[in-house]
Design a protein around this ligand. Structure first.
Ligand code: ISL
Ligand code: CA
Length: 558
C-alpha cells in the first residue's frame, strides 16, 4: 500500500530546551536571542523542524510547564518582538517551528485559577476540577506524577482541586466547553503568528473519568488504566481537529503517557482526524521499576526492540509514529541506552543510526548530537528539577538511604538532560558568561560543539551525515520496517524496503564482538556500506557480520 506523504512525516525534528540552550544576554539563563544566534548551527545539522519547550510567561515551578499567560513570552526569555524575530529567522532558513502546548493544566498563578479559587460561585470555578473531600481526606487516592496526593485542599472553600503534576499545576476541566474554546483560541493565536505545529503536553490525560479510587499500587499502571485515554479523549481531540488543526497545514504530536499499544492507533489514524502522531512511553519507562524512575531496573533489550516493532504496526494500519530516545524528561541517551565510558563515541553514533533509520518522524534532543552525557553533582544543592527535589525531600523525611537515591537520581533524573549546551571548551562551556542557572557538566572541556564541528569523525558530523542520508532516501522514511532476529540479545538489525530501495541497518548494542547473520530476505550481493561508525567501506561477506563493540552500519542493498 502506498503511504500518504506529508512534510511532517519526512521531517527531522530538533528539540530545544530553551533555558539551557544559549544565554544571549549574560544572565545565566538561555533565551530567545540565544536561539536566534544559533540558528545557523541548527540549520547546519540538516534538521527541518525546531520544537521549543514552553517559552510562555510562567512562575517556573516546572520550568515553563506551568503557564500563567499563554499569549506572552517569559520575561527571562525575551518578548514578542524576539519571538517574531526568531520565527522569521527559522522560516528564512527554510525550517519550521513547533510550539509546546501545555493545556492539561495551567499555573496556579494563571488568572483563570486565581478567579477559580476565589469562590465557589465565581464563573471560572468550573475551569478547574474541584471536589469535596471525605472525612478530612482527599476525594480519592490518586497520586501526582511528582509525588504526594493529586489533590490540594483549599481552606477558603473547603474543597480540593486536582493536580496530576505539582500543586502549582492545577488540571483544567476539559468537560467545560468554555475551557476547550479557550484552548482553541490559544492555538489559533499562535498559528496566526505563523507557527507550524504543536507538541501537546500530556494530552492523553485531558479527559478525566470517574473520580474513583485507583486499585493499582504502581503509578505506571494507574497512568495507563485510570489517568490516560479517558472517556471523552477522542471526542475532544476530534473537536480540536475540526475547530483548529484541519484549517492549517501543521505538525501535531501528542505527548502520551499511559497510551497503550491497543489505543495508540485511535489517536493517529488518518481517517479519524485527531493527531498526526504521538509520543508513547513504552521504551522510556522500560527501566523504571515499580517505584518509578528512581527505582531503576535493568533494561530488557529484546523487549526494547519489540516495542519499536509493535508500534510500527500502527503505521501500517493508517497512522504514523514518532521515533525518539530522549528528551528533557529523561537522562541522556548515550548514558542510558549507550555507553558513556569506553565506547562513548561508538555508541552515540550507533544510537544516531538507529534514530535516523527507523520508520517514523525522528526527534532529536539538543546536545545528543555531540554525545552529551549524564551528570552527577557533588552536592544536593546543585540539583534543580522539582521531581528530584521532591524525592530528596521525601527521602530525608523518611530517613531513607540517600546514597541509593543519589545513584538513581544520577541515572534517571531529569536534570541530566537539562545541563547547559556545551558549545566550547571555554568557561561555562560557552553557554553563558556568568554562572548558569544549572551547573554545566564538567566534561564540556572534552565534549563540545567547537571541537566536533570540523572533525570529520565526530559524533556531530555523523549526525549531519545520517540526517543527509535520511533526507536523500525516502525509503528510510516510508519503507517497510522488517526486523531480523528480534530475539538476538545484542544486535538490533532491520531491513527498510520499498519498490525503490532496500536498506539494511545492523547495530551492535553491546561492548562485545558479535557475529551476526542477516536473513536472506533481500539480495546483498551488490550491497555497499553507506554509513559506518568504524569507517568501514567494504562488506566482507554478504549477510555475515563480525561486529566490533557498538558497531553500526547502514547498508544499501541495490
Ligand atoms: O509518566 C511519566 C513517565 O513515568 C512522566 O515522564 C510524564 O510523562 C511526564 O512527566 C510528562 O511530561 C510532561 O509534562 C510535565 C512536565 O513536567 C514535563 O517536562 C513534560 O514533558 C508536566 O507538564
Ligand atoms: Ca539570558
Amino acid at each position: 500500500m502506498e503511504m500518504k506523504r506529508a512534510w511532517w512525516k519526512e521531517s527531522v525534528v530538533y528539540q530545544i530546551y530553551p533555558r539551557s540552550f544559549f544565554d544571549g544576554n549574560g544572565d545565566g539563563i538561555g533565551d530567545l536571542q540565544g536561539i536566534i544566534g544559533k540558528l545557523d548551527y541548527i540549520k547546519s545539522l540538516g534538521v527541518d523542524v525546531i520544537w521549543i519547550c514552553p517559552i510562555y510567561e510562567s512562575p517556573n515551578d516546572d520550568n515553563g510547564y506551568d503557564i500563567s499567560d499563554y499569549r506572552s513570552i517569559m520575561k527571562e526569555f525575551g518578548d514578542m518582538g524576539d519571538f517574531k524575530q526568531l520565527l522569521e529567522g527559522i522560516h528564512q532558513r527554510e525550517m519550521k517551528l513547533v510550539m509546546d502546548l501545555v493545556v492539561n493544566h495551567t499555573s496556579d498563578e494563571h488568572p483563570w485559577f486565581t478567579e477559580s479559587r476565589s469562590g465557589i460561585h465565581n464563573p471560572k470555578r468550573d475551569y478547574y476540577i474541584w471536589r469535596h473531600g471525605e472525612n478530612g481526606k482527599p476525594p480519592n487516592n490518586w497520586q501526582s506524577f511528582f509525588g504526594g496526593d493529586a489533590w490540594e485542599y483549599d481552606e477558603d472553600s473547603g474543597e480540593y482541586y486536582l493536580h496530576l503534576f505539582s500543586k502549582k499545576q492545577p488540571d483544567l476541566n476539559w468537560e467545560n466547553p468554555d475551557v476547550r474554546a479557550e484552548v482553541y483560541d490559544i492555538m489559533r493565536f499562535w498559528l496566526e503568528q505563523g507557527v507550524d505545529g504543536f507538541r501537546m503536553d500530556v494530552i492523553s490525560l485531558i479527559s478525566k473519568g470517574e473520580f474513583a479510587d485507583t486499585p493499582y499500587e504502581i503509578l505506571n499502571d494507574t497512568t495507563q488504566q485510570v489517568y490516560a485515554s479517558g472517556p471523552r479523549i477522542h471526542e475532544f481531540l476530534h473537536e480540536m481537529n475540526q475547530e483548529v488543526i484541519r484549517h492549517f497545514d501543521i505538525l501535531t504530536v501528542g505527548e502520551g503517557p499511559g497510551i497503550t499499544l491497543a489505543e495508540g492507533l485511535d489517536y493517529v489514524k488518518e481517517d479519524r482526524n485527531e493527531l498526526g502522531m504521538i509520543f508513547h512511553f513504552d521504551h522510556m519507562v522500560i527501566d523504571h521499576g515499580n517505584g518509578g524512575r528512581f527505582d531503576p531496573v535493568l533494561l530488557d533489550f529484546i523487549k526494547f526492540k519489540k516495542i519499536f516493532m509493535e508500534w510500527d504496526q500502527i503505521v501500517k494500519k493508517g497512522g504514523w509514529t514518532s521515533i525518539f530516545l530522549g528528551n528533557h524528561d529523561f537522562s541522556r541517551i548515550v548514558s542510558r541506552f549507550g555507553d558513556d565510558g569506553e565506547f562513548w563515541e561508538k555508541s552515540a553514533k550507533a544510537l544516531c543510526m538507529m534514530l535516523l533509520s527507523l520508520r517514523g518522524t525522528t526527534y532529536l534532543y539538543n546536545g545528543d548530537e555531540i554525545g552529551m552525557t549524564n551528570v552527577a553533582y557533588d552536592s544536593w544543592e546543585d540539583y534543580r528539577d522539582l521531581v528530584t527535589l521532591h524525592a530528596i525531600h521525601d527521602a530525608k523525611n523518611n530517613g531513607a538511604d540517600t546514597e541509593v537515591l543519589k545513584k538513581a537520581i544520577d541515572e534517571q533524573g531529569r536534570d541530566n538532560s537539562r545541563t547547559p549546551m556545551q558549545w566550547t571548551s571555554g568557561e561555562n562551556g560557552g553557554f553563558s558568561e556568568v554562572e548558569p542557572w544549572i551547573k554545566t557538566n564538567p566534561n564540556y572541556h572534552s565534549i563540545n560543539i567547537q571541537s566536533q564541528d570540523d572533525d570529520p569523525n565526530s559524533i556531530l558530523n555523523f549526525y549531519r551525515e545520517m540526517i543527509k542520508i535520511r533526507k536523500t532516501y525516502k525509503t528510510l522514511v516510508y519503507g517497510e520496517f522488517e526486523p531480523i532476529a528480534i530475539d538476538h540479545p545484542e544486535v538490533f538489525a532491520y531491513w527498510r524496503a520499498d519498490q525503490h530501495d532496500v536498506f539494511l541497518s545492523v547495530i551492535n548494542f553491546s561492548k562485545k564482538d558479535v557475529i551476526f547473520e542477516a536473513d536472506g530476505r533481500y539480495d546483498l550481493s551488490n550491497a555497499v556500506i553507506i554509513m559506518s561508525n568504524y569507517n568501514r567501506t567494504v562488506l566482507p561477506e554478504p549477510g555475515k557480520f563480525n561486529l566490533a563493540p557498538w558497531e553500526a552500519m547502514l547498508i544499501s542493498a541495490n
